[in-house]
Design a protein around this ligand. Structure first.
Ligand code: HEM
Length: 510
């Protein structure tokens, strides 16, 4: 009897303790929410639908209705101006659409990438993803050293020697698509562009010639990339997803972790094999991986095998979906503008003719394609926005943004802003002709400054080679009745995955 009384007492105490912990956590978060919101109360702020969740319910609703986050920013900008506060739970950020501030935030070497956003690219769903790779490195000193090592092979001069690998990947894609090019088989071209983008990174950067992602309908590596992006997105929206016992969350976490294991293992094998080839005097390609291994071989400490795998993953994460989407949006948009399509194809015929291989010089002559790609990057930027933490106070439109603020920069919103573009909803490549473009100070699809996109030349060469070769071989028509809608899955993507029909070109040499 005494034992039972003691047990009940202990139980009672435990319950009281749990209640106290829960109440103080709630109180702590309430005070934190109030404190954070007070700090930014001098700024315009869209109406919050929920005190606790702030603006999250509206963003989630737009996503459920087929919209995406950047569209919400554009809508809010119309009512609240180009600087406003945004709150999600206890996190505050400021959205800023003033190009001079955006420019300074990007160019200033002391600003940093905030952990609350980029930390998920380091570790997603409890697994090391890009770790200390360039994209997600938050320590400016370490990042600076690694960027110096990794930059040279991404310059034009280096990539010119690897043109044969770009050509190889597209040739494989053409062979794969040819039997489907009957004018009636529906092809989800976004998937094909994603596959070719992965194949090109694998080949050009890492000499991985036998991934077979193109001919293998749903290759494990492409599936893994999809799970990783879904996992990053889920983790960003739900930071505690790893501890969520619900079936759907557990599934997402498991798939993301397995996918990360697969990609990191692929990176590890690739690096170890290349190191063995180099050490044992066998032949090896002079590609980006070779450069990284040679440049980092003298460095002690922080650049071990795990860090090299981080870079491998970083390139896959930063370079695959983005370039795949650039090509996919180009087809979606050009397919809706017969005049632009005709001009593009005429240019390809004039520059490439019947040549089987596209040279770097050829890509430089594709001037109209360059304008089209630039306009696609304005109209539907695959990286729709970014974040930076400010290091000094700013005064924008009379409002003070205090140092240390997490600032949202939206390429998508800047690209749709009537202050900077005439008729921004119109898709018009001509606006990028030199004589017309006086407003490029609001255009940063590859970011600016020290942490700009390392792979921008890589991506532009890739898009030109792939699109030119496909236009040389096939005509295409979009499947009628399918609207261009977007989804935000880290990269901005076309929701319906660019369904189209291909037919062989009559003028084609074969
Ligand atoms: C159309 C294609 C692409 C677009 C629009 C794009 C855009 C961007 C943007 C906006 C950033 C800055 C992101 C931020 O700070 O949050 C970035 C960073 C980066 N991109 Fe790209 N990117 C593309 C393709 C590529 C490719 C093909 C690669 C590599 C093969 C690549 C590698 C990187 C890396 C490593 C970074 C981080 C750079 C650093 O912090 O030092 N990107 N990209």
């Amino acid at each position: 009897m005494k034992g039972l009384t003691m047990f009940l007492r202990l139980l009672f105490l435990a319950v009281i303790l749990v209640i106290i912990v829960l109440c103080s956590s709630c109180l702590f978060f309430l005070v934190k929410i109030l404190y954070v919101r007070r700090k930014y109360r001098h700024l315009p702020c869209p109406k919050k639908r929920s005190f606790i969740w702030g603006h999250e319910p509206e963003i989630a609703e737009v996503a459920r209705e087929g919209g995406h986050f950047s569209m919400v920013l554009v809508k809010w900008q119309k009512t609240y101006g180009s600087v406003f506060a945004m709150h999600i739970f206890d996190k505050a950020s400021v959205v800023c659409m003033e190009p001079s501030v955006v420019r300074e935030l990007l160019i200033n070497t002391k600003t940093s990438k905030p952990y609350k956003f980029y930390g998920v690219f380091q570790n997603a769903c409890g697994k090391r993803l890009g770790g200390n790779g360039l994209f997600s490195e938050l320590d400016n000193k370490r990042w600076e050293r690694n960027r110096k090592i990794l930059s040279p092979p991404f310059k034009r001069g280096y990539l010119i020697d690897l043109m044969y690998q770009y050509n190889n990947s597209v040739d494989e894609l053409i062979t794969y698509l040819r039997p489907k090019a009957d004018g009636k088989t529906e092809i989800l071209m976004a998937d094909e562009f994603n596959k070719v983008a992965m194949d090109i990174i694998a080949k050009v950067a890492f000499g991985l010639n036998d991934l077979n992602v193109i001919s293998n309908g749903d290759a494990p590596h492409c599936r893994a990339a999809r799970h990783i992006f879904a996992g990053i997105m889920a983790h960003l929206v739900h930071p505690f997803i790893r501890f969520d016992p619900r079936e759907a969350s557990r599934n997402t976490v498991r798939k993301t972790q397995d996918a990360i294991d697969l990609i990191r293992k692929m990176g590890k094998n690739c690096i170890l094999e290349r190191l063995a080839d180099m050490n044992e005097g066998r032949d090896y390609p002079n590609d980006i991986l070779t450069h990284i291994l040679q440049a980092s071989s003298g460095l002690k400490g922080n650049f071990g095998l795990e860090e090299m795998i981080d870079e491998f993953v970083s390139f896959f994460v930063a370079g695959q979906d983005t370039t795949g989407q650039l090509m996919s949006f180009t087809y979606e948009i050009v397919g809706r503008h017969p005049d632009i399509y005709k001009k593009l194809q005429e240019e390809v015929d004039a520059v490439i003719g019947d040549n089987d291989s596209i040279t770097y010089d050829n890509t430089c002559k594709l001037e109209y394609m360059n304008l089209v790609l630039k306009e696609v990057l304005r109209w539907a930027p695959p990286v729709a926005g970014m974040q930076r933490r400010s290091v000094r106070d700013f005064v924008v439109n009379g409002y003070k943004i205090p140092a240390g603020t997490r600032v949202w920069l939206s390429h998508y919103a800047l690209g749709r802003d009537e202050r900077f573009w005439d008729n921004p909803e119109k898709f018009d490549p001509e606006r990028f002709r030199e004589e017309n473009n006086r407003r490029l100070h609001a255009y940063f699809p590859f970011a600016l400054g020290p942490r700009n996109c390392l792979g921008q030349h890589f991506a532009m060469i890739e898009a030109k080679v792939v699109i030119a070769k496909l236009l040389q071989k096939f005509d295409f028509t979009l499947v009628p009745g399918v609207d261009l809608e977007y989804v935000n899955e880290i990269a901005l993507k076309s929701k319906h995955r660019t369904p189209l029909y291909l037919t062989p070109r009559k003028t084609s040499s074969d």
